[in-house]
Each structure stands twice: as C-alpha cells, then as structure tokens.
Design a protein around this ligand. Structure first.
Ligand code: ZN
Length: 472
C-alpha cells in the first residue's frame, strides 16, 4: 500500500434538499454562470488547495439529485487540502465507462498585477475575467452542469459517465489528483478512455474560429545536465582545456543541430488537416510533410517556425548555465541544463546517444536530472473523432477537428502511462495570439463560455451513447 493508502471518504451527512433544476439549456447556462462565479471566488492555488472547491461542487451535485454514494470527495490523508471529487452518472453498463478529468487548482495570481480582482468573476465588454476561467474552472463548470443536466433528464446511456475534479495539476504536484486516484482508487475512476479538456484547444484568430483539437499525445520531458571539468589554476596562465570554453563549444554545436523528423499517426494527420487552414507555400509544405515527403526545403521552412518545428521532432534546448568559482581562477567546472521534449515512442537512451554525438566532446559528461516517464500516444479512434466532428459542426459548421500532439504536459500523461487512452478535447474558443492562461487578466468570452457549455453537454451525451468508442 502506498503512503496515500488510507483515503478520506466524506459522504455528506447533512445534505441540502434535492431541489429540482430545470432541464433546459437556459437553466443550464444560468447555473453555469453562477457556479463559475462561485469557483473563481475560491482561491485554489497550490498553497490553498482544492478541497473547498471540491466540497462546493459536491453540494451542487447532491442538490441536483445525485445519490451520496455517487459523489465521492477524497483526499490523501497526508494532504487533506488536496481534495478530489469523483461523480458518477450510471448508464446501462453495455459499454465501459468514460472518464472526464478537470483540475480544480489554479496558478498563483497577484492582485497588484491584474486590472481586476483575480479571485472574483468580472464581466466587461463581452469578457469574463478571473483566475482559472480558461485554465480550467470554465471547463470544470461545463462538465459539471452537463452531467447535472443529463441526470435531470433521466438519461441512462450505454456507459457510465464519470467526472473527476482533481487537485494539484499546476504547481508542486506533490498531491496530483489524477495520479493519486489512479493509484489509490482505480476502481472508482476506471474507464475505457479519458477526456481531459485541459489538453484540448479551440483555436481562433482575429475572431475567426479555426479548429477544435483532439489531443492524443504529449511530448515527454526529460532533463539532462552536461558538465565539463578541469583541474583549474591561476587565471594568469590560461589553458585550452578551460571547461567554460569546452562547454560553450559543445552548446554551440547543439544550437545548430536538429533532431531528425519523426512523425506519428497524430502529427501526420495534424499536418494534413492543418494544411486546410493555410494557404500557398505553407499549405503545400504541410501537405507534403503529411505525406512523408523528405523534401529538405519544405522541412527547413517548417522547421524555421517554432510552432511547426516542435511538431516535427524531438527538441533539446539549454535552459540554465553556471561555472567557475573565482574572478581570478581558471574554472574547474562548467555545467548546463538541457531540457528535451521527446516525441512519444523515442527512448531516453536514444536521445542521450544523439546528444553525446552532437556535443562531440567525450570530456563533456551527460547525466540525467529528470528521467522520462512512459507516455504513449493514444490511437486516433475514428468513432471518437467522428463524434467530436459531428458535435462541433452542429455548432460551428466551418471549424475543422485537428488531431494534436502537445509540446507541453497535462494530467493525461498519468492515464496514458497506465494504459488508458486519453484525449484532450476543449471547445472554449480562445485567441491564439492572446492566450492568457497562467497570465494576468485571464479571461474567456461570454459567448465562448456559453458555447463551450453547450458543446460539452452535447459531446458528453454523444460519447456516453457511442459504441466501440476506443476502437481503432
Ligand atoms: Zn490546466
């Protein structure tokens, strides 16, 4: 048993009376706005934790008619403020459950940096401002009110729908809710597949809605130290073995290096579909790359743009450097930190071997600071992609559904590592050139929020019914 083994299971002794919530979408939207306000007002940064927010949600589910045994508030015994809430809507058991996950915690926000109080919901000029609205209390609310609406409709789908609202995704991670639930309460959240809006993206440019992503994979991060050492000496007697020079020369070689192009099933499809949003040379290059072209000019053009370069290959970049110990001494040591973001399917060993070759100095030693953890790509399940397309097109007929690999990491990695295919799906449209997640004056559009609530409800309903969801 692990250190978290004894969970705190709180079933509410004094339940609020089960009030009837109307099943129509107007009532759902009103409830959504009210719940968003309530959640934003609860500070769920790392220091405060998520238990209070989880309790508020639990009360809402109980009031919406969920049975107490289907509303489980759980926290690790050694992290009582890092509460998680798992809610289940029962289906007919014909298919394995689907699990939605959403983190309740938010990144720190200093009121003095903001134009508004980050911990209250402010509406201004068509926007809703508040910490977490886009990452990801807005999506948490969309999942919560959708599940409540399905309950109120007496919906008994083919499979159970489980929603887990979780702790500690953003900072610290010492009580990550998804990881902990998978280890300590797998039975409660076991599912055929996971939907995690945090890994999704709905891209918009200059007010034009472009795509809804289906994220199937994430790059795996891996951190190395590289170090050169020497006996040192007096700075009046310089030598060619100066570790700062050797390390600098090795880093200069790395700066000129690109890992080979490595496309996955997801990134091939990404480039094929993304091409439809582009024009001219970019469209032609994306099409060529999606078809496996080795045309170096096309690869070079795609590699020159950060956004497409990171989809093409593993990257390793220097992030920190230090060395030397005195102004008048030859350095005995120079050291740099390299962070790599590795395409799923490539091993840490192969990345390290490549680095050794590129650095091209046997006296520059490589060691691992943060090892990689397995994080496979989830298969692009056609039934799932079709369901997302159908729902997206019912609301926004021209958007495309774009399979994606994220260069960064989300909680989906824990589920994928344990063999549960996981998909990042989110329809809270956000401007690609003005993304404020983690930043100041975080906001979502009033309409974008309403549409996401609608999308989430429709997709949850469709996925709950769809057979063979995870088949390839
Ligand atoms: Zn997030």
């Amino acid at each position: 048993m692990n250190k978290f083994s004894i969970a705190l299971l709180v079933l509410f002794a004094c339940l609020p009376p089960a009030t009837a919530i109307s099943t129509d979408s107007v009532a759902t939207q009103t409830l959504a706005r009210d719940l968003l306000k309530q959640l934003v007002e609860i500070n769920t940064t790392h220091a405060h934790g998520s238990t209070e927010a989880a309790k508020v949600l639990a009360d809402r589910f109980l009031a919406a008619g969920f049975a107490p045994q289907d509303v489980a508030l759980l926290a690790p015994t050694d992290h009582p403020t890092k509460g998680n809430l798992v809610v289940r809507l029962h289906g007919r058991g014909k298919e394995r459950p689907i699990l939605y996950i959403g983190h309740l915690d938010v990144v720190e926000a200093k009121p003095e940096d903001w134009s508004f109080d980050p911990f209250s919901l402010t509406e201004k000029d068509g926007w809703l401002y508040g910490r977490g609205v886009i990452d990801m209390k807005g999506q948490d609310v969309a999942m919560a009110v959708s599940l409540m609406r399905l309950k109120q409709e007496n919906f008994h789908p083919a499979r159970d729908v489980i929603v887990a609202f979780t702790a500690d995704e953003e900072a610290g991670g010492d009580a990550n809710g998804v990881q902990w639930l998978l280890d300590a309460h797998r039975d409660l959240i076991d599912a055929q597949l996971v939907v995690n809006p945090d890994g999704g993206e709905a891209g918009m440019k200059s007010g034009r809605k472009l795509y809804v992503a289906v994220q199937t994979s994430e790059k795996n991060f891996l951190t190395f130290a590289i170090q050169a050492i020497d006996k040192g000496g007096h700075s009046s007697r310089p030598t060619a073995d100066n570790p700062i020079y050797r390390l600098s020369a090795a880093l200069a070689r790395l700066s000129q290096f690109r890992f080979p192009v490595h496309l996955t099933a997801t990134t091939k499809e990404y480039f094929a579909r993304r091409a439809e949003l582009e024009q001219g040379q970019v469209r032609a290059d994306m099409r060529a790359i999606s078809l496996g072209s080795t045309d170096q000019a096309a690869i070079d053009r795609m590699s020159a743009v950060v956004e497409t370069n990171v989809m093409l290959r593993t990257t390793c970049t220097a992030t920190m450097i230090d060395g030397g110990h005195a102004e008048n001494a030859l350095p005995q040591r120079a050291r740099a930190t390299l962070q790599c973001r590795v395409i799923p399917g490539e091993s840490a060993e192969s990345v390290q071997e490549t680095l050794q070759t590129v650095l091209a100095d046997p006296r520059v030693a490589i060691s691992t600071i943060t090892p990689a953890s397995p994080n496979p790509e989830s298969a692009l399940a056609p039934a799932l992609v079709r369901a997302v397309e159908d729902v997206a097109h019912s609301i926004w007929p021209t958007v495309i559904v774009l399979p994606e690999m994220s260069p960064g990491a989300t909680d989906s990695r824990y589920a994928r590592a344990r063999g549960i295919p996981s998909y990042g799906i989110d329809a809270m449209f956000d401007d690609l050139d003005d993304s404020r997640a983690h930043g100041r004056d975080e906001r979502i559009g009033v309409v974008a929020f309403k549409e996401d609530v609608d999308f989430t409800y429709r997709l949850m309903k469709a996925l709950a019914q769809s057979p063979r969801l995870a088949d390839n």
